[in-house]
Design a protein around this ligand. Sequence first.
Ligand code: SF4
Ligand code: SF4
Length: 227
Amino acid sequence: MIISELKPLSEILGYLEGERKIFLVGCKGCAEVCHTGDEPQVLEMKQKLEQEGKTVTGYCVIDFLCDKALVKTRLLPHEAEIDAADSLLVMTCGIGVQATAAVVNKLTHPATNTISLGGARGEWRGSERCRECGDCVLDLTGGICPLTACTKGLINGPCGGAKDGRCEVEPDVRECGWQLIYERLKKLGRLEKMKAMPPPKNYLKMQPPKQLRSTIMWALEQQETKV
Ligand code: SF4
Ligand code: SF4
């Protein structure tokens, strides 16, 4: 299971600055269990945004937001509400935000941070990847994760080594993640996002939270093998 926790409202409102109409997306998978993206949470977020003067054009809670085909199908009946929105706020893990961003033509903001589980991982095998970094930056990157799409995990822009859009590390198999981010933001008319400089990443947040590190599973995993 993928664990997510809601970002502070102030951070979410910062993402939505200059945007008035928002479409909300929730998830009935892991995010429902974490109470970050189930229907009550989505409705609570709707109320909070409306109190802040935003218009919520509609919302949709989908079974598994990490399934791109499912996301596309379920969002189809909401096309007019999505068209009317300036952006989408997605209340689920980093994979779900990326999957949503891949199927809509709007800027997609993450409402949560995905945190490390420290043992079991989600079973999703799609092309989106999340390193559970605990401080999601997808807002700045058009919904493409720089930690996984860029071979070096760079969060402040490309290394400069890409050639013809291919990553210098593995040109045969990988496109440059930052080229993909650039193209996505250009398509959305939001290239100004690339000028933002996120603060240095706190890699300590990639550690599983304390309460998970105290489980028997974690303790067993840390023991040296003596066979
Ligand atoms: S920035 Fe990437 S690794 Fe971090 S939570 Fe978001 S999707 Fe996951
Ligand atoms: S070429 Fe692109 S994907 Fe490869 S390491 Fe440099 S910035 Fe990252």
